[in-house]
Design a binder for this molecule. Structure first.
Ligand code: PLP
Length: 375
């Protein structure tokens, strides 16, 4: 959709990357690291300074007790963290439950690992202010003797759901009952609204040996091109992830790892203004989309709005609708079915996802175009 947005001169509310600069301190830290000659390979599983900083942050923010030598692998983004972890832990024939709709990479990661993805679809919201829910009884029936793991993502792309303590306790109990591993993608951990709190399943004592917490710098610090992320897991799981990571990529870019140390030293006020800015952008985009006639789910985290367009177009499917929007209204979004990978049955056919990780002016321009297109 980014390629099509460029082709048609559309405002790109499709791919989740900021169109505003990262903090100036981080640019300075990255260039200093190059001039200070951090230009050769780091230790494959991450520069010690960065692992120390990640361990301190995880203890303070997510209450995960981790040892920088034994429990952390620095990866090329969360994306590599997820595939390296799945390759390290899953065996051919294993089943991996993926909560859907979901970020596109999880299912291909499972398939590359030889595992079989099994999709569990979140229950539809009943009204626009309600989050998607996990149907407890239905989730219980998904687990079985071949279940090796489950992938969760909180705060959630694309719906903005923030997993509750009840959700996480249910998942933890099932993982313990079935000896399964939870792969938890927490890349939006700092992007929260309306007083929502981020909880890490990896902080539960029952989950210490069976969780891989995966996160990264792309979203919190607006540096999606730096490709720095990490995994946190028990020593046993980490040893396996270290090996896969070494053979996949050798290591993440060393100077950018050093700049990420600086990112982790930013004051609390940085995170407060990140949230405030995104909340303002969410409110702007949400109210405009609703005025136009989209049925939206109000996100409590992450930076996307998941909308049903059926009131605006009764006949098109999601791909046709997105194509029409990018060509005629010149606004790009992502077709809802991209977030489903169901064996043969595709969901999201009446949905589109927009991101608000953009400047206010960009969002205003997109809303103007959409308004005149549906006037
Ligand atoms: N995980 C989720 C849920 C995402 O939405 C994205 C990007 O959109 C990523 C991972 C990619 O993260 P990274 O840039 O750290 O590879």
């Amino acid at each position: 959709m980014t390629r099509l947005a460029n082709k048609f001169g559309a405002v790109n509310l499709a791919q989740g990357f900021p169109d505003f600069p990262c903090p100036a301190e981080l640019k300075e830290a990255a260039s200093s690291a190059v001039f200070d000659d951090y230009n050769q390979y780091s230790i494959t599983w991450g520069a010690p300074e960065l692992r120390d900083a990640i361990a301190a942050k995880e203890r303070a923010y997510n209450r995960i007790d981790c040892d920088p030598e034994k429990n952390i692998v620095v990866t090329c983004g969360t994306t590599e963290g997820m595939v390296a972890s799945q390759l390290a832990i899953l065996d051919p024939g294993d089943e991996l439950i993926i909560i859907s709709p979901h970020y596109e990479n999880y299912a291909p990661d499972a398939i590359i690992s030889g595992a079989r993805p099994k999709y569990f679809v979140l229950s539809e919201r009943r009204d626009k202010d309600e989050e998607f829910e996990i149907d407890e009884e239905k989730l219980k029936t998904e687990f079985g003797p071949n279940t090796r793991g489950i992938v969760i993502n909180t705060p959630h792309n694309p719906t903005g759901k923030v997993f509750s303590m009840k959700d996480l306790k249910l998942i933890a109990d099932l993982c313990n009952d079935y000896d399964a591993v939870c792969f938890t993608d927490e890349i939006y951990e700092h992007i929260l609204y309306d007083g929502a709190t981020h909880l890490s399943i990896g902080s539960f004592s029952s989950m210490q040996d069976r969780t891989v917490t995966i996160s990264g710098f792309s979203k919190t610090y607006s540096v999606t091109g730096w490709r720095v992320g990490y995994t946190i897991a028990s020593e046993k799981l980490t040893n396996a992830i270290k090996k896969v990571h070494d053979f996949l990529t050798v290591g993440a870019p060393h100077p950018l790892q050093m700049a990420c140390v600086k990112a982790l030293s930013l004051p609390e006020s940085y995170y407060e203004s990140l949230r405030k800015d995104y909340e303002r952008k969410r409110n702007l985009l949400l109210s405009s989309l609703e005025d136009i006639g989209f049925k939206c789910v109000k996100p409590r985290g992450a930076y996307y709005i998941w909308c049903d367009f059926s009131e605006l177009d009764k006949t098109s499917n999601d791909v046709e609708f997105c194509m029409h929007l990018v060509e005629k209204a010149r606004v790009a979004g992502v077709p809802g079915s991209s977030f489903f990978f169901l064996d043969g049955k595709v969901g999201g056919r009446k949905e589109i996802r927009f991101t608000f990780s953009k400047r206010i002016e960009t969002l205003q321009a997109a809303c103007e175009r959409l308004k005149s297109s549906f006037a």
